[in-house]
Design a binder for this molecule. Structure first.
Ligand code: B12
Length: 180
């Protein structure tokens, strides 16, 4: 097979801006004014090496999808927070807007997703039916969730480098020395 043709058929990871693990479009759902968790999550993600496009509170679904389309070249995910309990209503137009702006990146949702002390047990199922790919409880779960959604991390931060390969190499080296 022609080399160029072969290269073009092999799926390539998205181009990533220098010094970044990729872009994340972040914000809070349309009717929701709670900003504290949003600011903390933006800080956390930036510290973890992501480029964050933070749309802030009260962001209509269409704005999330427009920003996703504008940043599609290295987009890792669209991360939406919702605390006031109206996630289902706020994201009702997600299927249409996602299709309209041709967004293929995963949609991650987190926060306090339904109203009242007794939570709607079918909320995750309903949100998934709208096209939400992943529902999380805590922002600390984000990086692992992104990996499980198929994101290929271009950067391994020092504290994330697995210790096992280094130890395995040392053991192999010791074995080689013993047999020398
Ligand atoms: C501060 C506050 C407000 C402030 C917000 C100020 C501002 N600009 O941010 C004001 C006074 C404006 C407000 C208004 C309202 N609020 Co209010 N508010 C709170 C309060 C006291 C704290 C929220 C907060 O900032 N916490 C700090 C952050 C860091 O923690 P957190 O929000 O719990 O987030 C954690 C997780 O949820 C999760 N998380 C959050 N977002 C995301 C996103 C992702 C992607 C992920 C993975 C995880 C995640 O991670 C965080 C860390 O663990 C909570 C009660 C409480 N004690 O939690 C109520 C609360 C959120 N509010 C509530 C309500 C009902 C309202 C109002 C509807 C009240 C009213 N009748 O007007 C309005 C809604 C306004 C609107 N349009 O959204 C309810 C929601 C209930 C529900 N969902 O069933 C709560 C829980 C109070 C309650 N017990 O009833 N509120």
């Amino acid at each position: 097979m022609n080399r160029n043709l072969l290269a073009s058929t092999v799926s390539q990871p998205p181009a990533v801006r220098e010094g970044s693990r990729g872009s994340i479009v972040l914000g809070v759902a349309a009717s929701d004014a709670h900003v504290v968790a949003n600011h903390l999550i933006a800080m956390l993600l930036r510290k973890q090496g992501f480029r964050v496009v933070n749309l802030g509170a009260c962001t209509p679904t269409e704005d999330f999808m427009k920003a996703a389309a504008d940043n599609a070249d290295d987009l890792v995910a669209v991360v939406i927070g919702s605390l006031n309990g109206h996630a289902l209503e706020d994201l009702a137009d997600l299927p249409a807007q996602r299709q309209r702006h041709r967004v293929t990146a995963p949609i991650v949702l987190g926060g306090n997703l339904s109203v009242g002390a007794v939570k709607d047990s079918r909320i995750e199922e309903r949100l998934t039916a709208l096209g939400v790919d992943c529902v999380l409880r805590h922002p600390g779960q984000l990086v692992d969730a992104l990996r499980s959604l198929g994101w290929h991390d271009p950067v391994l931060l020092p504290f994330e480098r697995p210790a096992v390969p280094a130890l395995a190499l040392q053991a192999l080296h010791a074995q080689e020395l013993a047999h020398a």
